[in-house]
Design a protein around this ligand. Structure first.
Ligand SMILES: [Cu+2]
Length: 231
């Protein structure tokens, strides 16, 4: 079975596992990766993963557990291939405490790599803010007050993104996908507290685009910046 998992939540990173099974991750954000077997994986808001599983005989819990939250329970679906009793809603699959994949550590399939090329332009993107007071911004100010990033059509742009906060944020770019230093193609990447990451994109989709934290409350509070094409 191919599982296509989308984290459509506003504020919650999940750890996802299928009880009694390991999963082979084949794609993320629509791009092929080198197939990687895992017990469980993290999925940030806006991220997508494809996982292939060879199902055993019985009834199995597919569990999405909120990451980094102390209350709120967990989401569960059942996968049934044969007779058996359903697990309870509080079931704790061993896979959740097994080898949990951080998606940015996947390796790209050769077909998903950007062509080799040096960047024509560079930009900085600093994620900033705090819970108390509740204020979030990029490059020194909330969206509307910060200076848009710019790119010219046809350029390879390297954005050095740094998470200068003590929280994990899923960084999402509209209209393009980007390559991590490994070559992995993503359009949403989880950035751990104080993590720095360079992302390369080919400017092949003229327009004005958003880059934002995919915690939608953070985005609404200003954790966004424009990426504008200029002549
Ligand atoms: Cu955020």
């Amino acid at each position: 079975m191919r599982l296509r998992v989308i984290n459509a939540a506003s504020d919650t990173i999940f750890t996802l596992a299928l009880g009694g099974h390991r999963m082979t991750i084949t794609h993320t954000d629509g791009h092929a990766v080198q197939p990687t077997e895992v017990d469980a994986f993290y999925i940030g808001m806006g991220e997508r993963y494809d996982a292939v599983v060879t199902l055993a005989d019985g009834v199995f819990p597919l569990v999405a557990r909120p990451f980094g939250k102390t209350s709120g329970g967990q989401a569960m679906a059942l996968i049934r291939t044969g007779p058996g009793a359903a697990p309870t809603a509080g079931v704790n699959p061993a896979e959740l405490s097994g080898q949990v994949l951080i998606g940015s550590q996947l390796q790209p399939a050769a077909s998903a790599r950007l062509p080799d090329r040096k960047p024509d332009a560079t930009a900085r993107l600093d994620l900033q803010g705090s819970m108390k007071p509740y204020q979030w911004g990029i490059n020194g100010a909330p969206f509307g007050s910060n200076e848009p990033l710019t790119v010219k059509a046809g350029q390879r742009l390297r954005i050095t993104a740094t998470n200068m906060t003590m929280m994990t944020h899923p960084l999402h770019l509209h209209g393009h996908t980007f390559a991590l230093p490994s070559g992995l193609r993503k359009d949403t990447v989880l950035m751990a507290p104080m993590e720095s990451l360079s992302i390369d994109l080919d400017a092949d989709n003229a327009g004005d685009w958003m880059i934002h934290c995919h915690n939608i409350y953070h985005a609404e509070a200003g954790m966004m910046i424009a990426l504008n094409y200029v002549a």
